[in-house]
Design a protein around this ligand. Structure first.
Ligand code: GCW
Length: 835
């Protein structure tokens, strides 16, 4: 082969892979390789027969045809009876059994369950997809298509699958103006400028994604609810969303404001025990059901973070829940009452105060007082989706109330879709955690699903917050979290590994190197994130009172929000023991409580959540707390550097669009992990006065602080909080263009140049890097992160590999401000490349 030909050959795989936007997520139905496709085509009947005519069942048939066409390249014939050469038969279990006797018996399917059955072979094969409900037929169809995408042979398809819990819902924190609270995938798919969007095609597409996972309910507006949604003008609009979802078996849920009877109803009160208020909720609910007859229920955030609630009248959460639940009852609707109730004006000086206690303290005394169609929706941990929390003790405390677990799919405290964090392993730890609520063997998943105390309702709620962006969540890899939530809601016994591997194969195809690489990245990403953001139970050391994104170690302290970790010069951690602390540990059943109460028995990973210890305290691992903090931060940041290398090895194996977008994300992520590493380590180094045993913290060979460079036009500025900037300082350009230069004094070799700059969201400054007179890089700082300041959130790394430097070379960074962005700089790092 000539050199040229060889070169072209190397490009071939790239050319074969079409650019993908991520819009189809895990439902791409991309063509299987020819041999596999042929095998399936000859193993499957050519006809599909649907025994039923509901919209959901018709969706199932359409989806089957679409999937088979995409993956196998053939179009199934639509038949009305089963021809001699067999068929794929879809329908309700009872209907199909009658029409096609001889199907293997099995326990009747519960509501949304499905069964797949393959009978006969070759020319007269029958494949049956049986549903316990119309939804079950659709879920079974998606399962069949998943099996094809995963390459499972037809003979092995026989299975029965019933969902673990009846409630498998997602929530959306969408505002009526089209913004999304804690949404990172663009604007709302439901709302725009105060009304429901004209074009709801994205809602239908979303319904398809949800249905493929067995999700059957979706709330469409923020729990910080605008009372206007209950006014008559909105009813036909809500009906339109319900219509878009209906063919996918997804039912609409509405968030309500507890003050509605007064705010939009014109009553003088919203007291839940007032007869007029009860009548108002009843009439309003009836009206809602006239517009949306299959409304799944209502959702309420009350007495929390400034929302009004029953406390305004000295009433209980049960009084509040029941008045609305009773209005829903005749329609079969459920009422979800959020357990996320706490006082955000707590006195931090009182060492007995503890926000973690709030959910339990607010609800456990009311157990037994909630109506049967009330569900207490409980966040997975006692605080608020921090990087590591124990399971909420409320799960183990409620015996006579329905409960559901709330998991957050959107990555509010997890790098906001700018960083890679696969949340399934974290959720699994909580779901599998044994609360010992009735002796051993009562994991959170069973409690939430109502299986332990035999409750009529319960299950899983995921805060999804997808948006209009093509890939739904702001980046391709975050889709695995939505996928994982749905799969766990259907079957929480699946392992993280199974979920990661399914998702990867469906989303990126069958190439084993792609599969292994992405799976491995996903599976380790939560622990890696924990390592550099808040290990040992410190919680996420982020800007808790601000954007929840960048690092700010003290932001959580000395304020009423109650996310304190109480780190000071002597030690770190919140004493939550019964003996000397807030007593939180005592909210668990004795067997669990004892484990957390004892310093010797508390797991290292939650140590600082339950105990305040000196920095020199020795962990089970044999290392001190302080050295562990240092080490984990270095390990975490190094792992993220590794992500970039692993991803680069997939060049040509993933379509170019997704390859490039994920690469850019991971490169950015690696820079942020380094910012976190340095900030947290420097903070604890200063607080503790204890040096890093490995001599890394505060030592950065090859780093030149911007403020120490030769500056023209640039001026020094403090970074706030100080740990967010190297040396606590940076520089900003006060003129039209500025420059910062340094003279290289190292050896002649190849280097990577890293420029750490501040990319705010209020402008698009330009940067240029010169070595001597030669421009080696230039870019516009157009990245979006949630800050307009010179701080840890905006601190961004630009890496430039393969630069030949000679002693005496002048490295010069030129900055040109734009808008409010002043071309800020933190430092330049010169890193020798390995030969
Ligand atoms: O942690 C907080 C979030 C809020 C959210 C709240 C909640 C919708 O920062 O944005 O409000 O939780 O869950 O109600």
């Amino acid at each position: 082969m000539s050199r040229k030909l060889r070169w072209m050959w190397a490009l071939l795989p790239l050319a074969g892979l079409q650019a993908e936007t991520g819009a189809d997520a895990w439902l791409r139905y991309s063509a299987l390789d020819a041999a596999t496709a042929r095998r399936y085509v000859s193993a499957l009947p050519a006809t599909v027969v649907l025994m039923g005519d509901s919209p959901v069942e018709r969706t199932a048939r359409t989806e089957l045809i679409r999937g088979i066409k995409g993956m196998l390249g053939v179009t199934l014939r639509v038949g009305s009876t089963v021809p001699a050469d067999g068929a794929i038969v879809l329908g309700l279990e009872g209907v199909v059994r009658k029409a096609a006797p001889g199907l293997p018996a099995g326990a009747a399917l519960t509501e949304d369950g499905y069964a797949l059955s393959v009978r006969g072979a070759g020319g007269s094969r029958r494949v049956a997809v049986l549903g316990g409900s119309e939804r079950g037929v659709l879920y079974g169809t998606f399962a069949l298509l998943r099996k094809i995408a995963m390459g499972e042979p037809v003979e092995a398809w026989n299975e029965r699958s019933v969902p673990y819990a009846p409630v498998r819902w997602v929530n959306h924190w969408d505002n009526l103006d089209g913004t999304i609270e804690r949404g990172y995938g663009g604007r709302s798919i439901f709302w725009d400028k105060g009304v429901v969007r004209e074009d709801l095609s994205r809602v239908s597409e979303y319904g398809r994604l949800l249905a493929s996972l067995g999700i059957n309910g979706c709330s469409i507006n923020n729990v910080n609810a605008d009372p206007r949604v209950l006014t008559p003008a909105y009813l036909p609009q809500l009906a339109r969303i319900a219509e878009a979802f209906r063919p996918w078996g997804v039912r609409v849920v509405l968030s309500v404001d507890f003050g509605s009877p007064q705010r939009v109803g014109g009553l003088a009160t919203f007291d839940p025990l007032d007869a007029g208020v009860a009548a108002w909720w009843k009439a309003k609910t009836d009206e809602l059901y006239r517009a949306v007859p299959d409304l799944a229920g209502l959702l309420l955030k009350a007495d929390s973070e400034g929302r009004i609630g029953p406390s305004a009248y000295g009433r209980t959460h049960a009084d509040a829940a029941n008045v609305i639940a009773r209005a829903l009852k005749p329609h079969g609707g459920l009422f979800f009452y959020r357990g996320f109730v706490y006082d955000h004006h707590m006195d931090w000086r009182n060492l007995k105060n503890d926000r973690a206690r709030a959910a339990y303290d607010n609800f456990y005394r009311l157990d037994g007082q909630f109506d049967d169609n009330v569900v207490i929706q409980i966040k997975h941990g006692p605080i608020d989706f921090q990087v590591r929390e124990p399971a909420s003790p409320l799960f183990g405390a409620l015996e006579k109330s329905n409960q559901a677990i709330e998991l957050q799919v959107t990555q509010e405290y997890f790098g906001q879709a700018r960083q890679l964090v696969f949340l399934v392993p974290m959720w699994k730890e909580v779901l599998d955690f044994d609360m010992q609520a009735k002796g051993a063997g009562t994991p959170v998943k069973a409690l939430a699903a109502g299986r332990v105390f035999r409750r009529p309702a319960g299950g899983f709620v995921g805060v999804s917050n997808v948006g209009l962006d093509a890939n739904w969540l702001g980046n391709h890899l975050s889709q695995a979290n939505l996928y994982g939530f749905g799969r766990l809601a259907w079957n929480p016994d699946l392992t993280s590994q199974q979920i990661a591997s399914e998702w990867t194969r469906l989303t990126f195809g069958a190439d084993p190197q792609v599969a292994q690489t992405i799976e491995a990245l996903q599976l380790k990403s939560w622990r890696v994130f924990e390592n550099y953001t808040g290990p040992l139970g410190l919680q996420t050391l982020t800007d808790i009172v601000g954007n929840h994104y960048g690092v700010s170690v003290e932001a959580s302290e000395r304020n009423g929000w109650g996310q304190w970790h109480r780190s000071d010069e002597k030690g770190a951690g919140m004493d939550r023991t019964v003996a000397t602390g807030t007593g939180y540990a005592g909210q668990y059943r004795p067997a669990v409580a004892q484990r957390y109460e004892g310093l010797a028995t508390c797991p290292d990973e939650l140590l600082l959540f339950f105990h305040h210890v000196p920095y020199t305290h020795v962990l089970h691992s044999g290392k001190t707390v302080i050295q562990t903090l240092y080490d984990l931060h270095y390990e975490g940041a190094a792992s993220v550097e590794g992500y970039v290398r692993s991803w680069r090895a997939l060049r040509g194996r993933v379509d170019e669009q997704r390859y490039a977008e994920v690469l850019a994300q991971l490169e950015y992520h690696a820079g942020q992990a380094q910012v976190w590493r340095d900030a947290v380590n420097n903070w604890f180094r200063r607080a503790s006065g204890i040096a890093d045993g490995k001599g890394r913290v505060g030592q950065h060979p090859g780093r030149v602080e911007a403020e120490a460079m030769k500056l023209e036009g640039y001026v020094e500025t403090p970074v706030t909080p100080w740990e967010g900037g190297s040396g606590g300082k940076g520089i900003v350009c006060e003129g039209a263009t500025c420059s910062a230069s340094t003279t290289f004094a190292g050896q002649s070799a190849w280097y990577t140049l890293r420029v750490q700059y501040f990319d705010q969201n209020n402008g698009r400054a330009r940067y240029r890097v010169k070595v001597g007179e030669q421009v080696v890089d230039e870019w516009a700082a157009g990245n979006w992160v949630p800050s307009a300041k010179i701080d840890s959130s905006t601190s961004t790394r630009r890496s430039l590999a393969g630069i030949a430097l000679r002693p005496g070379d002048v490295i010069r960074i030129e900055g040109q401000p734009e808008g409010g962005e002043k071309a800020g700089l933190d430092y330049v790092e010169v890193v020798a490349e390995r030969p």
